[in-house]
Design a protein around this ligand. Structure first.
Ligand SMILES: Nc1nc2c(c(=O)[nH]1)N[C@H]1C(S)=C(S)[C@@H](COP(=O)(O)O)O[C@H]1N2
Ligand SMILES: [Mo]
Length: 528
């Protein structure tokens, strides 16, 4: 093995050890001190829109795994480069490793709410990494030198073997101890990353604190969901989305752990008086239930970033009234525990759509990933401008004064949900028996309601689909259609919806930024 290759191995092993050991130590101190997690989290707000956009479109809710894997890969590559450098300049490599290791340490320390002890896992990992790098680079040089000496000796005196068994043993020994060092360091690192599982641990921790909240009954229940809202189509997405199946989009690797007893919401800014409400106070208010479909602006045409639930909460309007918003204000900038913000038109929080400060979802407390202990739900607006999870503050302000998280990154400041529809069955590229083909899916135009859904086979005429009963104008509607005697071969089916304002879903293909993707969902299938 060449020196460069050995040095690269040392660099990679030292890096793996840094993160893995730190992850293990973080289990004792608290998962938010794990450098891999903190580094991943710190990078999210810095990631350019041009990178986020395709990642969300491609990976959806798996974007977090992709992010952490990318950070880990980046760190390993940097470790490899440092090792490579160490082949000739070990001191420089060591300095570079320490400087690079101080980046996660700094990220841990500058995290809001972190204390000095949180940096311990990173420093332990860094110290172990430094030792492995330093010793490993020396041993790599010795193993290589011994090898080189052996081959030059052999080359100079091809006939006479001056290579004694003692020399050979020493060479093998220096190679062996080098391999043992890098192997053990890499193994400890890999095991640490695998068993530390800081993200999983953090999510579990948050779930445990959420399990204790008992919700009161609704003072005003939502009307029952009509039986006809669910159509009998095999494979269609259920009308109510279970919390565990509900899409998740946010900018945190793991949800914050919030004790409901410590939570409060403050309304401030352009108001007559600041108002703060605690969880006990909120739960003592007459809560109401509401069926509302939530939609993400990043949902690609035909995508899954949409879900429907029955929410339990208190109308934000009533809380805003207590504070008395200024007549000059036109926006509510909601802030979350983790620093995310959303800009919602003040009007949408005051009108009769009953924007909710929600604590429950489908009869249970919110799960941590969906905003425990409280979030906003505002019908008719994409989640990024309305549905703040872990909400802690409503700042009454103006659109010409403040910008929300995603608006600063190129998305619109106001984003009403566009009329949209999706085909659930048949699945793309399904193979179907000849005869009658059943097509089904859902369509939504929150606050206006769906007027009709139209489908067409191949390039045929648009025909009207059968609609499921409407629960409210704020929920999606299922639809189904049948095509008889479809001949064998490849076909396509296309869907479009029309809302009750008469707006026809546009066929124009547009990307998600700044205000959601558009275009008709079209799938292909084969009749055999
Ligand atoms: N605190 C916080 N709230 C947030 C977000 C976020 O990143 N952080 N994302 C928003 C976006 S973009 C959407 S689409 C919805 C998604 O809510 P869900 O994850 O419960 O489906 O939450 C919104 N609320
Ligand atoms: Mo979103």
């Amino acid at each position: 093995m060449r020196l460069r290759l050995r040095s690269i191995l040392v660099g990679v092993a030292a890096t793996l050890l840094l993160f893995g050991l730190a992850d293990l130590v973080a289990r004792l101190i608290g998962p938010t001190s794990a450098p891999l997690l903190v580094l991943g989290q710190a990078i999210i707000p810095l990631t350019p829109t041009s990178v986020i956009k395709p990642v969300i479109a491609l990976f959806g809710a798996n974007d977090k795994i992709v992010l952490v894997a990318t950070v880990a890969l980046g760190a390993l590559i940097l470790g490899a480069l440092i090792g490579w450098l160490g082949g000739t300049r070990p001191r420089v490599a060591l300095a570079a490793f320490i400087v690079a290791g101080l980046v996660p340490a700094g990220a841990v320390l500058t995290r809001t709410g972190s204390t000095l002890i949180d940096v311990v896992p990173t420093l332990v990992g860094l110290a172990a990494g430094v030792v492995v790098l330093w010793v490993g680079l020396r041993w790599a040089a010795q193993a290589t030198a011994a090898q080189a000496q052996a081959s030059t000796t052999a080359a100079r005196t091809p006939l006479l073997t001056r290579d004694s068994p003692a020399d050979r043993a020493q060479r093998a020994g220096s190679r062996r101890r080098f391999l043992a060092l890098t192997g053990i360091a890499a193994a400890v690192g890999a095991v640490g990353v695998a068993t530390g599982q800081s993200i999983v641990a953090l999510t579990r921790e948050a779930a445990a604190s959420a399990a204790n909240l008992v919700l009161p009954r609704a003072a005003r229940t939502a009307g029952p969901i009509p039986a006809g809202a669910s159509l009998d189509v095999e494979g269609i997405r259920p009308f109510v989305t279970a919390q565990k199946d509900f899409y998740r989009i946010d900018t945190v690797l793991a949800p914050p752990t919030i004790d409901p007893q410590d939570w409060s919401l403050t309304i401030r800014g352009m108001v007559d008086q600041e108002v703060t409400i605690t969880m006990d106070e909120l739960l003592a208010l007459p809560l109401q239930e509401q069926h509302t479909t939530l939609t993400c602006v990043s949902n690609p045409v035909g995508g899954d970033l949409v879900g429907n639930a029955t929410w339990l909460g208190y109308p934000v309007r009533e809380l805003l009234r207590r504070a008395g918003p200024s007549p000059d204000a036109d926006m509510v900038l909601s802030h979350s525990h983790d620093g995310f913000t959303a800009s919602t038109p003040l009007e949408a929080m005051l009108d009769d759509r009953d924007a909710l400060l929600a604590v429950g979802m489908n009869g249970e407390p919110l799960t941590p990933v969906h905003g425990f202990p409280a979030r906003l739900v505002v019908a008719g607006l994409y989640g990024f401008v309305s549905a703040t999870k872990w909400v802690t503050e409503l700042e009454v302000t103006r659109f010409d004064e403040k910008e929300a998280y995603w608006t600063q990154r190129g998305w619109d400041a106001k984003a009403p949900i566009l009329v949209a529809s999706r085909i659930d069955v048949p699945r793309p590229l399904a193979k179907l028996p000849a005869g009658t083909i059943t097509v089904g899916g859902s369509a939504w135009a929150q606050t206006r309601g769906i007027d009709r859904v139209e489908v067409r086979l191949d390039n045929g005429d648009w025909t009207e689909a059968e609609l499921g009963a409407e629960a409210t104008v704020d929920t999606w509607r299922q639809w189904r259609a049948e095509f008889d005697d479809v001949r064998t071969g490849l076909h396509s089916v296309t869907v479009r919806a029309v809302d009750k304002d008469g707006t026809v879903q546009t066929a124009e293909r547009r990307e998600a930024i700044p205000n959601s993707a558009t275009g008709h969902h079209r799938i292909q299938f084969t009749v055999e």
